[in-house]
Ligand binder design. Structure first.
Ligand SMILES: [Zn+2]
Ligand SMILES: [Zn+2]
Length: 288
């Protein structure tokens, strides 16, 4: 039997999950409306998009359920390493500077972790679920393996607390920027930012990261600012009409919730870069 406080706690988390998922659906609906105006390609599978929506609900539930664990991990890490090495301002122009510092730090951590996801076989087994999307579109935004949320929540994000003593609202404001940026980058939207395409992550820049073409592999890792790809030598500046096909080189992707959840146990999770690579034509070349 649940004690009433446990039930209240569960009810509270269920409410937060429901609100979070409702926001996800709203953002994806807005994204889908934008995608209809100028799609990069017509999507191949509605059933995979539906699966992505269902998977996002599960992913959000896991993130919500992990909150006590990630909070405990943050406390343990901050206690072990010391917390708030640098005190950041929370008022006036100082708050703006704090916002920029936290934004750059989180983006650099995300960049570094993303490089590891493509380097360490175990992390790639998880991350390849995200890369298996043949139809790159807004519904792929949350198609990350749930274990990645645990790893990042317990080991990566607490580092921000080790480095900085900062008001939570500043961290919250940067989270909003990353959230909108993440949706934007995954849109199936033919938007041309011209000379600004390497200023901020965008549908074409991130599509190159998801490309199934071997020459694009391991480029454009950034979550928000291509600055990091530029600094660390992983930048691929997309040509004006470069909108490659996406997915793993063997085209594998999960077709059921069970297949998505258990993805790292399958054969396909290890395949990119290990199979003989067949050249994949760019969409624009296919259209010729
Ligand atoms: Zn990646
Ligand atoms: Zn992506």
């Amino acid at each position: 039997m649940f004690a009433s406080s446990q039930f209240a706690d569960l009810w509270h988390h269920a409410g937060l999950w429901l609100r979070g998922y409702a926001l996800v659906l709203l953002m994806m609906a807005i994204g889908a409306v934008l995608e209809r105006r100028r799609p990069v390609e017509l999507l191949h599978s509605r059933s995979v998009q539906r699966l992505n929506l269902v998977y996002a609900a599960l992913y959000m539930a896991v993130v919500e359920g992990l909150k006590p664990l990630t909070a405990a991990a943050s406390v343990a890490i901050v206690n072990a390493l010391g917390g708030g090495m640098v005190v950041l301002a929370s008022h006036g122009w100082g708050a703006l500077a704090s916002f920029v510092i936290v934004l750059l730090t989180v983006d650099l951590l995300e960049y570094a972790f993303h490089r590891l996801q493509h380097t360490w076989p175990l992390l790639w087994k998880l991350h390849s679920l995200h890369h298996s999307a043949v139809d790159l579109n807004v519904t792929v935004t949350f198609r990350h393996h749930w274990l990645e949320a645990a790893i990042k929540g317990c080991l990566l994000y607490p580092l921000v607390g080790v480095l900085f003593k900062v008001d939570p609202w500043i961290v919250g404001a940067t989270s909003l920027v990353f959230m909108f940026g993440n949706y934007f980058a995954h849109l199936n939207l033919r938007v041309d930012l011209g000379r600004y395409t390497t200023w901020v992550n965008n549908p074409q820049f991130h599509r190159l990261h998801h490309s199934a073409r071997p020459e694009h592999f391991d480029h454009n890792f950034t979550q928000l600012l291509p600055l990091w790809d530029h600094l660390f030598g992983t930048l691929w500046i997309p040509a004006k009409h470069e909108w490659p096909a996406t997915g793993l080189d063997d085209g594998a992707e999960p077709r059921s919730l069970l297949a998505a959840v258990s993805w790292p146990l399958g054969m396909h999770a290890a395949r990119r870069g290990t199979l003989e690579r067949k050249p994949v034509p760019a969409l624009d070349e296919e259209a010729k």
